[in-house]
Design a protein around this ligand. Structure first.
Ligand SMILES: *[C@@H]1O[C@H](CO)[C@@H](O)[C@H](O)[C@H]1NC(C)=O
Ligand SMILES: *[C@@H]1O[C@H](CO)[C@@H](O)[C@H](O)[C@H]1NC(C)=O
Ligand SMILES: *[C@@H]1O[C@H](CO)[C@@H](O)[C@H](O)[C@H]1NC(C)=O
Ligand SMILES: *[C@@H]1O[C@H](CO)[C@@H](O)[C@H](O)[C@H]1NC(C)=O
Ligand SMILES: *[C@@H]1O[C@H](CO)[C@@H](O)[C@H](O)[C@H]1NC(C)=O
Ligand SMILES: *[C@@H]1O[C@H](CO)[C@@H](O)[C@H](O)[C@H]1NC(C)=O
Ligand SMILES: *[C@@H]1O[C@H](CO)[C@@H](O)[C@H](O)[C@H]1NC(C)=O
Ligand SMILES: *[C@@H]1O[C@H](CO)[C@@H](O)[C@H](O)[C@H]1NC(C)=O
Ligand SMILES: *[C@@H]1O[C@H](CO)[C@@H](O)[C@H](O)[C@H]1NC(C)=O
Ligand SMILES: *[C@@H]1O[C@H](CO)[C@@H](O)[C@H](O)[C@H]1NC(C)=O
Length: 874
């Protein structure tokens, strides 16, 4: 038994070369089975053992052909990997290239990264590659067409991030039937060589940033094309006439390019054409079809957003499969063929923005399950077809800006599927059928500017978000409830009675409410104040009476309030002074008392006219008499606010000087380490508004006047005592915002542009303040503010106030100065008590004292870093 043993290995050895040769000669043999299982397991590992590949495991390696996503031939060799939508991610595994018998690879719609996997060059039998909808990027290899298997019939690379040009070598893949390169970042021009791929049935190039160019003339030879998609491909020039020779063409989509010229007549003779979309180009000319019209299979015609003219071809009315007819935004004229109304498959008819005349096809809707009709901005006359909703699927009718007449048909009003109805600006008459107001799915209803009559129910459709019914002849009461309504405009009708007391609860989402020009009476309901999203509220030109509810002041986003031309009486609630109230009109009422001082800004100049009972303390608003004039007739004090006058009387000229001084503290905000040169000083516009020239300030920026050194530079005092200029200018609209920025710069030591994620300094400061941040934290620590932090805080807050978003809520300059005056006075008192003390940097708001500097600087080239031993004490 010993003897035969050595023979066995010998025998094996003899057989072995044969076995080894087998896989080379016939890749489909069963021999590489175990290896292919190993390759698949490598692939699985490379993708990080994703849950979807749990079925690929070593213990069942023998059954690899039964593993999910794997396909084998009869010989047991892996030929298919179909991993579409499998949620695998990471680079493409090299091991795939080891599957020598692979014919079909689909990894579309995953999260695979990296460049084009050249490992596929090793798979000599590949016929189908789909890498679409992944994160492949980089340039396609130039040799791709020479190295991929010549057997390839399908190459789908859509929806990746491939860049660079389309490799010319692709034209070597002469068996290609489907080439899809759309939705990448391919540049350059489309290679003319692709015209050699005469077996191509699918050519998708859409949505790539090619350089502007024409489709190559060589595409004339692509006569097998079934689907040509070259939308958003930067195409220019004429629509190629050879398209008319592509007899197999079913889908032609060249939309969103810059094509000019007219649509080649021959396109309409393509028997198999189903989808014809050339929208958003620059096509011109009449859209002509002739006796050669043969495209009877058309389901979609979309030539919208061009500059096409002529009439809608009558033959379109005989296309049994036509679902979508989109001709909008062109220059079509003439009438809509009546036959369009009889199309059995029509779903969307979009003809808006043309010059179409005549009537809507009478039978429209009766022969198909029609969904959308958009014919707005035309010259249509006559009635709205009765049967639009007959198919039970109708959603959408926009026909505004036509000359439609007659009434709204009952069939439309009773349409349970109706979502949008826009009939603005027509000549419709008659009562609106009650069913329309409560149509169950209706979200958008616009009937504005017709001559419609009728009244609204107390409770409207629960889905309604927008209701425009202004400029009609509706009467009765305003509805009390429309739970989703956001926009409600009903101006210039004949609504009467009181505004429902519960409006605020019944229409909780309201953003715009316009009831102007009706006959509404009674009081403004307090419940309106609970409309937390109401931004525009117009109840002007009614007969509303009673007082203005103070509650309106609590509406958080109210920005336009017009309740002018009513019979409102009583005082204006000071609560109405709100930062976001941009436009306020209380004119032509019977309001009385004093206009709240917060309204004394230019923004409300015309808000209070024609209320004889009102008076004002301030020079604004216009058209309101002065309260002072009504009392003591003290004409000398006209134009100066009460508060400021008192201040002046008490403190006299000295304080005025102090205020001016505080106003004009100027700080170097430029880069610290550098020597400041004069033209780097920031001179803000308010200075000139007050009658200062830049020069006069620069004159004062001397060592003599240096009072402190802080985070962003040095603080100087500048005194300005031109009382005449001051009093003249301070009443004008000086740039409060700019001044606020300077105050913030002074107190924070930051530059005006420094606000980090919050934008500029002003926005940063506002955010810091409104979010409850501590003011001392915000202010500049490196200036010695010892003992003056309160004042600094006041000035910081004042800076925030001066730079609020809404100009209307910023204080007027006069009040700003008043606050500074008070602040100065406090500082003065303090510094008196501390008299003789030395501090490194004087407080910002220290009133002017006589300088003790004996040698004023010569005023040239101030070197900031050298002045460390200044003396600014009294
Ligand atoms: C391997 O896969 C089979 C089914 O495909 C499964 O029954 C088995 O539990 C798996 N084994 C491991 C170790 O995951
Ligand atoms: C892509 O795959 C995801 C699941 O990963 C799926 O939800 C989605 O519908 C797929 N997209 C397409 C276009 O097939
Ligand atoms: C896709 O895979 C990731 C992990 O790679 C996982 O978190 C996610 O839930 C998966 N999504 C689906 C739809 O399976
Ligand atoms: C092409 O894509 C690669 C990888 O995504 C990228 O690194 C490269 O910058 C891109 N080139 C261009 C010109 O966009
Ligand atoms: C079309 O193909 C023919 C040969 O099949 C060739 O002679 C001709 O040049 C091609 N036309 C274009 C425009 O490339
Ligand atoms: C449309 O074409 C006409 C000529 O057919 C031309 O006069 C007009 O300017 C074009 N309009 C636009 C918007 O291109
Ligand atoms: C539309 O066509 C008419 C002629 O039918 C022409 O006068 C007009 O300029 C065109 N309008 C536009 C916007 O092209
Ligand atoms: C609608 O207008 C047409 C002319 O444009 C007119 O013949 C018809 O009588 C009008 N119909 C109604 C109901 O006013
Ligand atoms: C309300 O309608 C009137 C009349 O059309 C218009 O003048 C006014 O601007 C509208 N109000 C608002 C707040 O839009
Ligand atoms: C305010 O309302 C009155 C009366 O309705 C009107 O005449 C005036 O133009 C309105 N003012 C503004 C600024 O809208």
């Amino acid at each position: 038994m010993e003897a035969p043993r050595p023979c066995l290995p010998g025998l094996l050895l003899a057989l072995l070369p044969c076995c080894c040769l087998l896989p080379r000669a016939a890749p489909q043999s069963s021999q590489p089975a175990a290896d292919e299982a190993q390759l698949l397991l490598q692939i699985k590992r490379a993708w990080g053992d994703p849950p979807v590949l749990a079925g690929w495991n070593a213990s069942s390696a023998g059954a690899r052909c039964a593993w999910p996503y794997v396909g084998c031939n009869t010989a047991g060799s892996v030929t298919k990997l179909t991993l579409a939508d499998a949620n695998v991610s990471g680079p493409f595994p090299d091991a795939v290239g080891g599957l020598a018998g692979l014919t079909h690879l689909d990894v579309s719609n995953n999260s695979i990264t990296g460049v084009f996997p050249t490992t596929l060059y090793r798979c000599a039998s590949l016929r189908y590659i789909d890498l679409s909808e992944n994160y492949f990027g980089g340039e396609l290899p130039a040799n791709i067409g020479n190295r991929l298997a010549a057997t390839l019939t399908t190459l789908v690379l859509s929806g990746n991030e491939f860049n660079g040009t389309i490799p010319r070598s692709l034209s070597s893949l002469l068996n290609l039937r489907h080439l899809e390169l759309d939705n990448n970042r391919l540049v350059g021009t489309v290679p003319a060589g692709l015209g050699a791929l005469t077996r191509l049935q699918t050519l998708w190039l859409a949505s790539n940033p090619f350089v502007p160019g024409e489709l190559p003339a060589s595409f004339k030879n692509l006569t097998s094309l079934v689907s040509l998609w070259a939308a958003q491909s930067n195409l220019v020039g004429d629509l190629p006439s050879y398209l008319a020779d592509m007899q197999e063409l079913e889908v032609l989509d060249i939309s969103e390019n810059s094509l000019i010229g007219s649509i080649p007549l021959g396109v309409w003779s393509l028997k198999k054409l189903q989808k014809m979309t050339v929208f958003r180009n620059k096509l011109t000319g009449d859209m002509v079809v002739d006796d050669g019209f043969a495209a009877k299979s058309l389901t979609i015609i979309d030539v919208s957003e061009n500059n096409l003219s002529g009439v809608i071809p009558e033959v379109f009315g005989h296309l049994q499969n036509l679902r979508q007819l989109h001709l909008f935004s062109n220059n079509f004229s003439g009438e809509i063929p009546a036959s369009i109304g009889r199309l059995p498959s029509l779903w969307t008819l979009r003809l808006y923005s043309n010059m179409i005349t005549g009537t809507l096809p009478l039978e429209l809707g009766k022969h198909s399950s029609l969904g959308y009709v958009e014919v707005d901005d035309n010259e249509l006359t006559g009635a709205i077809p009765e049967g639009l909703c007959a198919g039970g699927q109708f959603h959408y009718l926009t026909a505004e800006h036509n000359h439609l007449n007659g009434s709204i048909p009952a069939g439309l009003a009773n349409c349970a599927t109706l979502v949008t109805l826009d009939l603005d600006n027509n000549q419709l008459t008659g009562d609106v059928p009650e069913a329309l107001w409560t149509a169950t799915q209706l979200e958008f209803l616009a009937l504005q500017s017709n001559r419609l009559t009728g009244s609204l129910p107390a409770s409207m459709s629960a889905d309604l978000t927008t209701l425009h019914i202004g400029n009609n002849q509706f009467g009765g009461n305003i509805p009390a409830s429309a739970v989703m309504l956001q926009v409600f405009t009903a101006e210039n009708n004949q609504f009467s009675g009181a505004i429902p007391a519960s409006l605020g609860d019944g229409m909780p989402l309201l953003q715009t409410l316009n009831l102007s020009g009706n006959q509404l009476s009674g009081a403004i309901p307090k419940s309106v104040a609970s409309l937390r999203q109401l931004t525009f509220m117009d109840m002007s030109r009614n007969q509303l009476s009673g007082a203005i509810p103070a509650e309106l002041g609590a509406m958080p986003v109210l920005s336009v309030l017009d309740i002018s031309s009513n019979d409102l009486s009583g005082a204006i609630p000071p609560e109405l002074v709100k930062p976001n109230l941009n436009a306020l009109n209380l004119s032509s009422n019977h309001l009385s008392g004093q206009v709240p001082i917060g309204f004394a800004t230019g923004a409300y100049d015309n808000s209070f006219r024609d209320n004889p009972g009102l008076c004002t303390e301030a020079p604004v608003p216009a058209g309101v008499r002065s309260c002072a004039a009504a009392g003591s007739q003290d004409s000398s004090s006209r134009g100066v606010s009460h508060a400021l006058r008192t201040g002046l009387l008490v403190a006299g000229g000295a304080l005025l000087a102090a205020a001016a001084f505080a106003l004009l503290l100027v700080r170097d905000i430029k880069k610290r380490p550098r020597v400041a040169v004069r033209d780097e000083w920031k001179i803000t516009p308010f200075v000139q508004d007050l009658g200062f020239g830049e020069a006069s300030i620069l004159r004062e920026l001397t060592e003599e006047n240096l009072i402190g050194r802080g985070g962003s530079g040095h603080v100087y005092r500048v005194t300005y005592t031109n009382q005449r200029a001051y009093t003249n200018k301070v009443n004008e609209k000086v740039d409060v915002y700019s001044f606020g920025v300077v105050l913030l710069e002074l107190t924070t030591g930051k530059e005006a542009s420094a606000g980090g994620e919050h934008g500029c300094l002003a926005e940063w400061a506002r955010h810091h303040y409104q979010s409850g941040g501590s003011i001392p934290d915000a202010t500049d620590k490196s200036i010695g503010y010892a003992g003056y932090s309160e004042e600094i805080q006041v000035v910081f807050r004042l800076g925030v106030l001066c730079t609020t978003d809404m100009p209307s809520s910023r204080p007027i300059m006069k009040d700003v100065l008043q606050i500074l005056l008070n602040c100065s006075e406090q500082t003065r008192q303090k510094s008196k008590m501390e008299n003789g003390q030395e501090y490194e940097a004087a407080p910002l708001l220290l009133p002017q004292r006589r300088s003790r500097r004996k040698q004023p600087s010569n005023g040239t080239g101030i070197d900031m870093e050298e002045n460390s031993d200044f003396d600014s004490t009294v």
